[in-house]
Design a protein around this ligand. Structure first.
Ligand SMILES: [Zn+2]
Length: 295
């Protein structure tokens, strides 16, 4: 499943292709992909409008369109791809859920083999904190259907202190808390393990036992690891993850903990072990990821 860096990589690609372009048509190929929309005429309202911004909050993307009170919201699900085409095809791509046609003669195909992804339209509402709605937008608006999604560590407008305070209020293992969308959104299994390794913290330490400053540093570290992943196009954990140009990501070769069972820790040489925390495969260095905080 794509995690934040992969979705952000795709957002950057969509932004390069669509920002400033006019959507000449939105072709829908799959009723499953529009399962959350009662009235499909909403899409016709969006055609003919210029794309002003391509924004993201958590793993959701949305297009802000000129003079439109509604945004086009996309979720990639388990296997969704957004593929840039230099010209529209005579027939939709295999597994295509929708195709967005643009006034430069190009197109963006939403391809989703496992069909957990979807698109929908949603009215834009003012953000309660009056800050921009997410990454990629300067407008203090967020689609109504995303208003309940917490800001993520890549979002420059995340209130890191408040997120650290929420996390410190629970006795659950820190790995579970990092994955729990109620505290901070969008940290998935790969980047939770990488952030805990980077900061030298054991995944089973109760969040409440970790000082606030270290929780704050952990969120910042997760953001740094994810930004480094965006730099190389994300992690291609399976063949289905590619960016808008069809390219795989290269962060897999940078992974220090995730998936590294039996490999020597890059910091201390101890072999990386695999545990299960909160039902999720978890990779840890048993020597230098401490159970208590050591400064
Ligand atoms: Zn180590």
């Amino acid at each position: 499943m794509p995690e934040l860096p992969e979705v952000e990589t795709i957002r950057l690609g969509v932004e390069r292709r669509l920002r400033g372009r006019t959507l000449t048509d939105i072709e829908l190929h799959s009723s499953r992909a529009t399962r959350h929309e009662a009235d499909l005429s909403a899409y016709a309202e969006l055609a003919g409008r210029r794309v002003l911004e391509v924004a993201r909050r958590g793993k959701f993307l949305w297009l802000v369109l000129e003079d439109s009170p509604r945004a086009l919201v996309l979720h990639l699900g388990m296997s969704g791809q957004l593929l840039a085409l230099s010209s529209p095809l005579a027939a939709p791509l295999r597994h295509a859920a929708a195709t967005l046609l643009t006034d430069d003669g190009g197109a963006l195909a939403f391809v989703d083999q496992r069909t957990f992804g979807y698109l929908r339209t949603s009215p834009l509402l003012p953000t309660p904190d009056e800050r921009p709605g997410g990454q990629g937008t300067v407008l203090p608006d967020v689609p109504e259907v995303l208003a309940h999604i917490a800001r993520d560590p890549l979002d420059p407008h995340l209130d890191t202190g408040a997120a650290a305070e929420r996390m410190g209020g629970t006795a659950s293992a820190i790995k579970r808390v990092l994955l729990d969308q109620r505290y901070v959104s969008g940290i998935g299994n790969i980047y939770a393990d990488e952030a805990l390794w980077a900061i030298g913290l054991h995944p089973e330490v109760p969040a409440a036992a970790i000082p606030q400053e270290q929780l704050w540093e952990l969120i910042r570290t997760a953001a740094e690891v994810m930004r480094a992943a965006v730099e190389v196009g994300g992690t291609s954990f399976d063949a289905l993850y590619v960016d808008t140009e069809g390219e795989a990501g290269y962060f897999a070769r940078e992974l220090a903990a995730y998936g590294q069972r039996g490999a020597p820790c890059r910091r201390c040489g101890t072999l990386i072990e695999k545990l299960v925390v909160g039902g999720r495969a978890t990779y840890v260095c048993p020597s230098c990821q401490t159970r208590g905080w050591v400064t």
